[in-house]
Design a protein around this ligand. Structure first.
Ligand SMILES: [Mn+2]
Length: 464
């Protein structure tokens, strides 16, 4: 007995709103089916999420019909369950339509009894349990399973109470299982219930193969007397599902290989992973200043395939223009993420917690004050502050100008301004009355940089 186990095909998924990605998801499915047919499998399993949506477009349905006609023409039955993406609460889903066309056989709990060349039904307290059947040379295999169900439903109806193996049997489910998710992703907090609906112990024992779907990463293990497998999605799902990641270790990029994409061909109950060549996803992260990032990304760019999708994550302690950096990478699609943030250690060199006026420049304090009013019009003032003379205050020399001292006469004007705001005077008028930028605010304080460590970063970092 030989069969193919495919899951998470996601037909119709226009990833990153790119219509050609939906075609690529369909292309991966076509190749998987072609390989299965060429390998002369006896039957094919699709463990949920054949479609990306429960309401696939006519074009997506046509793709599914065309591809599934390949095994049909050769008399290879396809057994399927619905996943969380494509199940429906209504009575009829896209799968029922494909079943009507003899392109697949749906297994699971149903309201009506189904008997066909490859299906049989058993009456249960939860409805008709429709099972797949395959016979060859006096041997037979039963395919049990059901569509994706919520954690709440499964708590009352664990699979071990619904399913019982009969002879050589396969159980097909589209669920996350806590112990396995944790093996793949690390320990999950008790509150994190989004990734699984079941515990390993909820599964019935005695099946020879557990054909699972839902987790988009290939994973193979054993359960009781059988094998348990997730083939993963056929195409790369996101940048966490990378082909290769270049992780910055502070000095250089360290390449980390991702997981292969594909499906299983199972012969005499032994699964073998069949890898599909799909569009490469490259995940790059770097934490460096502009010059270093430029040099290192230029060096790395020769390793990036042109057809790749790239995520570029740039971090540094102060902002810089990344547009020239992204031009260095020649790829089909680039997603840039920047995180420029100053790391506040919470201690000055003397070991004290800094006060805001010790940490922020006067111009920054003013900006915080203005934006804190949540008055969108104040944005103009903030821009002026940074583009105008306020910017010069970055330099300690200028901050020490005599007119900056505490009790400047401007203070009264400021008080007037506040009063005018209360009176709902239109902002434009207020602006005209604003004092010139050089004498704008009395709240500015003269800041003397700590003498130790003339470099701001050194100072913030505790003078390392
Ligand atoms: Mn899926």
């Amino acid at each position: 007995m030989k069969f193919a186990h495919i899951a998470d095909v996601h037909l119709g998924f226009e990833q990153y709103r790119l219509p050609y990605r939906a075609d690529e998801f369909a292309e991966a499915f076509r190749r998987a089916i072609e390989i299965a047919v060429k390998e002369r499998v006896d039957f094919i399993l699709i463990a949920g999420d054949l479609f990306h949506s429960s309401r696939p477009s006519p074009e997506t349905l046509k793709q599914a019909m065309e591809i599934l006609s390949l095994p049909k023409e050769r008399g290879i039955p396809v057994f399927a369950i619905e996943g969380n993406h494509d199940r429906t609460q209504r009575r009829v889903s896209a799968y029922h339509l494909l079943e009507k066309l003899d392109l697949l056989y749906l297994v699971g709990l149903r309201e009506e009894r189904v008997e066909s060349e490859h299906q049989t039904s058993e009456k249960t307290e939860r409805g008709w349990l429709v099972k797949g059947v395959f016979e060859k040379g006096g041997k037979s295999v039963e395919i049990h399973g059901m569509k994706y169900m919520s954690a709440a439903w499964l708590e009352k109806n664990p699979p071990r109470e619904i399913f019982r193996p009969e002879g050589d049997s396969i159980l097909m489910l589209h669920q996350g299982i806590r112990e396995l998710v944790e093996e793949m992703m690390g320990k999950l907090p008790e509150s994190q219930r989004d990734y699984y609906e079941l515990r390993l112990g909820d599964l019935p024992k005695g099946y020879l193969y557990y054909a699972l779907g839902h987790i988009h990463r290939a994973f193979l293990t054993s359960y009781d007397i059988g094998k348990l497998a997730y083939p993963g999605s056929l195409q790369r799902w996101d940048f966490g599902d990378y082909e290769i990641r270049y992780r910055w270790d502070g000095r250089a990029f360290k390449p980390i290989a991702g997981n292969p994409k594909g499906f299983y061909i199972v012969e005499d109950w032994e699964p073998r992973f069949v890898e599909l060549k799909v569009r490469p996803f490259v995940d790059i992260n770097i934490k460096a200043d502009e010059e270093t990032a430029k040099r290192e990304l230029k060096r790395l760019s020769t390793k990036i395939p042109e057809e790749a999708f790239v995520r570029l994550d740039i971090r540094w302690e102060r902002p810089y223009d990344v547009s020239k950096l992204t031009e260095l990478i020649k790829a089909r699609y680039i997603y840039v993420r920047t995180r420029f943030e100053r790391k506040l250690t919470g201690r000055t060199p003397s070991g004290e917690v800094p006060k805001p006026e010790e940490y922020f420049l006067p111009v920054e304090l003013k900006a915080i004050e203005l934006t804190g009013e949540k008055n969108i019009e104040s944005i103009d003032d903030v821009v002026k502050l940074f583009l105008g003379e306020g910017w010069d205050e970055r330099l300690p020399k200028k901050a020490e100008k005599p007119e900056m001292k505490e009790d400047s006469p401007v203070k009264k004007e400021d008080a007037n301004l506040k009063k005018e705001k209360k009176d709902k005077t239109p902002k434009k008028d207020v602006e005209k009355k604003r004092p010139k930028s050089s004498e704008k605010s009395s709240e500015r304080k003269v800041i003397k940089r700590p003498s130790k460590g003339s470099n701001l970063l050194d100072w913030l970092g505790g003078g390392r």
